[in-house]
Design a protein. Structure first.
Lengths: 339, 284, 437
């Protein structure tokens, strides 16, 4: 057996890959290709659809009409991915390195909320963030916020909803990657690169803090510049003292495969998400998923729905390709291992 | 386990700044983690709280008073019990199957070079980028075109097929995060000693990638138990828990839904806490 | 009229209507307000239904002997038939049927059973598989459409769909024609206004299950009295940013048309365009908070919305959540609301159309319709159900939102049929509005 495998090296990967790949080919790719054909249809449900390659114009039509919504989807999904990363990384780091005997429990608590119904959780958020609810009510009562202020039915609510919904998708892969980091390597790195990350920590901290607070400033309709300055200072100080050179040089690169995976697991489903926009958003916060949903279900415009979907999927594939080129998981981790 | 500081102090020992730094080191991450967990669990806390609510009407969004009556009659509304059982069964089965299939794929993709690898890679990423409605509708079209009973009656089996399908990608990506940059030398050493790929896998590789597999299974389970769109298309006449809730939302989600949501959450957390504690005692 | 809260034991029970009358803004309905009789527990109504059912066979035996006399004699009289007629067709075999309906849309007893269905099962010796499988017209359409298009059975014997979706299914030829001989009670007891829909002129394909009104729902504590649909389009600090409208195109566009003095029963593209202009202006002015399905009830309950386009049945039940809420069709003579129905239909390829017809007819026996109404609180399409309910549950019988007087019904509009082209024009325009494209 051993010799057989050595002589036919292709057998093993094929055998490993075959069942899953077959499943995806039969139950994903084949039906999806049928749906792809639908993007070259013309006609309507009432008159019947006809296939013709000349209907490629469905694509430019769909894109030109819904370009602003594509852009909005990318922005929301991107913002949510960054926020998710900022929340998830320290969380995964703590669980991996300081979780101790509570590691499993903590890890489980990250996912546990997602065993309860999404709809119920959204209702919960709506109770918590209600215009005169337990959070905003008191703030309005003491005059910090104007009476008209609301979080729900705003872009921020949608982004926050997506962030919440995909937090475990970011946390788990980062944890998984960090957990395998050889601890002795980190210790050795600390001896090698003692001290804070200079000057990177302050710079990165200032940028991250500044941008985040500026966004908050916009949301609260106050002065974004003042918010940004405060954020930049706090971020710079925090990062300068909290982010060490050894972390930047060793630990972080070793966990980059997790960040890469987490980023994809968050961004990809986030860009197609429509439920958060539907339940938490307002009349101008719809994402491309909402449009596809409406095209398909209410308008029965299968060609447009299909074209819009495939544009999104091609876009995501390109992002993945670029992402992989720049970060190149394998090369990066190999380099880190050599260092 | 020793605490690891992100930034070891560069200042001389014993100084006030150093002491502050150490306290900060010790507590900042703990406090942060607690805050993050609170953030994650806050909505669940509200769900639990509102399972004891006694709303006079149909909306369960304002606190009206404490009652146990819904806990005493958790499957009161018609169809709720069977929906919950169906959802849990499908979640468990689809998680098991997808985790096995996905882990094998992750091993193949991370360990071997072969022709068609980029195709396989794309085939894994693209389902995650496919709108659920397109996936659900295209699957339904296929099931219908294959034919009605006995081939593909839309039911339990078709839901299961769909859930395994969309779970595989998530499993592969999560397990690969664990496998990437994996210390191959351990396996090579084992191979020298045991000289058997099978044993090497079970004694060395598997324990090392287990955290990745567990994480992937958790993700898969959470995706499956809460899926609505794809399930709705592929369910035929079956009704799952999320379908029940979306349907009930039209009239008002019964408080019992909170009771069941709470129960699933508590049972899951309780069993993990118990195993964690048991493991702790064994080691101690 | 403040003690209704005590009457509601569980979320299953939907008998919280005592305050319902107060919902209507107009004085005409306030008169109906005072009634607050003793509310009998649900099983009573169900028991009545059962008795009525078991009484039927004897009457049926007589009419059965007279051949098809019963169905043809009945429709002429405006009054409900005193005794349920027995459906008779030769060679009709009864067998198990499968029915898709919306959740919480039929009578339920304490054990989660549906007494009216149990009575039917007992009488005919069949099993009714009742599934709460519909949560959205479009979702459900997407689900059964491939089967219907492929000419395959959907597996359902009865489906329950809203007017416009029913119209669409019928126009595609995907609905079985009903056999009137099998449905004498339906022929006799369906209310007149349901007989004139333009999408099924001879009412040969559908039997209404429940109806509802769409109008103005508001919280007078915040908004003051709102008696005009124009309020939805007028910026006012009391409700700007707290206005919810419906994602159901026909409801939102219908009410907008009414507010503009246009006629929703004859929808034109020009009228639609005017509506979109008005709605876009309201959206840009920040008046509209969001477009919702039923979850406007949560917004209203939590105070996040104070002025909404609302469904009457929801408002009857919401009143218990938030006493003081009002439902109005507008006081201003030209204004009104929309009337819609959910309809039972037999999809093409159904295995047991005959039993399905019997079951549909079953709910046109007033006692059965009353049992359902007592629980569901929407508008009953069956004549005579209020007469039965007057004895069992007077508060429901006298609630103008459940049994609206003819004067109210006359003010309601039914959204007119759309050609497929117009349908797609309307849907696309409306979706672009609510998706901010």
């Amino acid at each position: 057996m051993g010799t057989f495998l050595k002589h036919h090296r292709w057998i093993t990967p094929l055998a490993l890959l075959a069942p899953g790949l077959l499943w995806l080919l039969v139950f994903y790719l084949y039906p999806a290709l049928q749906m792809f054909m639908a993007s070259f249809w013309s006609g309507s449900l009432a008159t019947g659809f006809t296939f013709s390659l000349s209907n490629w114009t469905n694509y430019p039509d769909a894109v030109s009409t819904y370009a602003p919504i594509y852009l909005r989807s990318v922005l929301y999904a991107g913002a949510a991915t960054v926020t998710t990363f900022l929340i998830a990384y320290p969380l995964a780091y703590t669980i991996a390195f300081k979780g101790g005997r509570f590691k499993n429990l903590l890890l489980f608590l990250v996912v546990a909320p997602f065993f309860t119904s999404f709809l119920l959780r959204t209702v919960s958020w709506k109770i918590i963030l209600s215009d005169s609810g337990p959070v905003l009510g008191p703030l309005k009562a003491i005059g910090i916020l104007p009476q008209q202020f609301h979080v729900l039915a705003s872009p921020m609510a949608v982004i926050a909803g997506i962030t919440y919904a995909f937090l475990p998708f970011m946390t788990l892969p980062i944890y998984v990657a960090l957990e395998k980091v050889d601890f002795r390597l980190v210790e050795a790195a600390k001896d090698l690169y003692a001290g804070p990350w200079r000057p990177g920590g302050a710079i990165v901290g200032a940028i991250v803090g500044g941008v985040l607070m500026a966004v908050l400033g916009f949301v609260f309709n106050t002065s974004p510049l003042a918010f940004a300055i405060v954020g930049a200072v706090v971020g710079a100080v925090l990062f300068h003292f909290r982010v060490s050179e050894s972390f930047v040089r060793v630990t972080f690169p070793l966990s980059i495969s997790g960040v890469f995976a987490g980023g994809l697991l968050t961004f990809i489903p986030a860009i197609g998400d429509y439920v958060n926009a539907e339940l938490l958003g307002g009349p101008n916060t719809s994402m491309i998923g909402n449009v596809i949903q409406a095209k398909f279900l209410t308008e029965n415009d299968y060609p447009s729905a299909s074209a819009l979907s495939f544009v999104m999927m091609f876009g995501v594939l390109i992002v993945v390709a670029i992402y992989a080129k720049i970060l190149g998981t394998e090369e990066l981790s190999a380099a880190a291992a050599r260092a | 386990m020793t605490a690891v500081a992100l930034a070891p102090s560069a200042r001389p020992k014993g100084s006030v700044a150093n002491r502050i730094d150490r306290v900060f080191d010790r507590w900042s991450m703990i406090v942060y983690t607690l805050l993050a967990v609170i953030y994650l669990l806050l909505p669940v806390a509200v769900i639990i709280l509102f399972s004891f609510n006694d709303p006079p009407g149909k909306t369960n969004v304002v606190w009206h008073g404490f009652t146990l009556k819904y806990w005493l009659n958790p499957f009161g509304p018609d169809g709720l019990g069977s929906a919950v059982v169906l959802s849990i069964t499908i979640a468990i089965l689809s998680t098991l199957i997808a985790t096995v299939l996905g882990t094998l794929m992750a091993l193949a993709l991370e360990r071997y070079q072969f022709r068609g690898k980029s195709f396989a890679n794309s085939l894994i990423f693209i389902p995650m980028a496919t709108p659920e409605i397109i996936m659900g509708a295209s699957l339904l079209t296929m099931f219908v075109s294959i034919g009605q009973p006995p081939f593909f009656p839309l039911n339990f089996v078709t839901i299961l097929i769909a859930h395994i399908m969309f779970n595989i990608s998530y499993v592969v990506v999560t397990v690969r995060a664990r496998l990437a940059g994996f210390p191959r030398h351990l396996e090579e050493a084992a191979m020298d000693l045991f000289a058997n790929e099978w044993q090497t896998f079970w004694r060395v590789t598997f324990p090392l990638i287990l955290p990745g597999i567990v994480a992937a299974a958790l993700l898969a389970f959470s995706l499956s138990i809460d899926d609505f769109v794809i399930t709705n298309f592929t369910s035929g006449m079956s009704v799952t828990f999320p379908m029940y809730i979306y349907g009930a939302a039209r009239i008002g989600i019964p408080v019992q839904v909170n009771v069941i949501g709470t129960s699933i959450f508590l049972i899951a957390v309780g069993s993990v806490a118990l195993t964690t504690l048991a493991g702790r005692r064994k080691r101690g | 009229m403040s003690t209704s809260d005590k009457l509601t034991g569980s979320p299953i029970s939907r008998r919280r209507l005592l305050q319902g009358s107060a919902l209507m803004g107009t004085a005409a309905f306030l008169a109906a307000c005072g009634t607050k009789g003793t509310v009998s527990p649900a099983p009573t109504a169900a028991a009545a239904a059962t008795t009525a059912a078991s009484a039927a066979p004897s009457a049926a035996a007589a009419s059965g002997a007279a051949g098809s006399a019963a169905p043809s004699a009945a429709p002429a009289s405006a009054a409900p038939t005193a005794t349920p007629s027995e459906p008779m067709i030769p060679n009709g075999t009864v067998a198990n049927v499968v029915w898709a309906n919306w959740p919480l849309y039929i009578d339920v007893d304490k054990n989660g059973n549906h007494p009216t269905i149990q009575a039917f099962e007992k009488k005919y010796g069949v099993k009714v598989t009742y599934k709460e499988a519909i949560n959205d017209n479009n979702d459900f359409f997407g689900k059964i459409q491939p089967n219907l298009q492929a000419g395959q059975p959907t597996g359902w014997d009865i489906i329950t769909m809203t007017d416009w979706m029913a119209a669409k299914l019928i126009s595609f030829g995907w609905i079985e024609r009903l056999n009137p001989a099998a449905m004498p009670n339906f022929q006799a007891n369906v209310k007149d206004q349901y007989k004139t829909v333009d999408w099924d002129p001879d009412v040969a394909h559908h039997a209404p299950w429940q109806s509802g009104m769409t109008g103005i729902g508001y919280d007078p504590k915040v908004t003051g009295s709102v008696t005009t649909l124009k309020a939805f389009f007028t910026a006012d600090p009391r409700w700007t940013g707290k206005v919810d409208m419906l994602t159901e195109m026909r409801d939102t566009i219908g009410l907008t048309m009414l507010s503009l003095g246009l006629d929703p029963s004859k929808p034109t593209r020009a009228a639609f365009d005017q509506c979109i202009t008005a709605l876009t202006a309201a959206k840009n002015a920040g008046i509209i908070r969001r477009f919702t399905g039923n979850d406007y009830s949560q917004d209203l309950s939590a105070g996040d919305a104070v002025l909404v386009m609302a469904w009457s049945g929801d408002m009857v039940q919401l009143l218990v959540d938030k006493p003081g809420l009002k439902f109005s069709l507008g006081a201003d003579g030209t204004y009104g609301g929309m009337l819609w129905s959910d309809n039972m239909m037999v999809p093409k390829g159904a295995a047991q159309p005959y039993t399905a017809e019997l079951l549909m007819d079953w709910y046109y026996i007033p006692a059965n319709a009353a049992a359902v109404e007592d629980y569901v609180n929407y508008i009953c399409p069956c004549r005579g159900a209020d007469v039965v309910l007057k004895k069992l549950d007077p508060s429901v019988a006298s609630n103008p939102l459940i049994f609206p007087p003819d004067s109210t019904l006359a003010r309601l509009s039914i959204f007119g049929s759309l050609t497929p082209d117009d349908e797609s024009y309307f849907n696309t325009g409306f979706d672009n509005l609510i998706n901010g494209a």
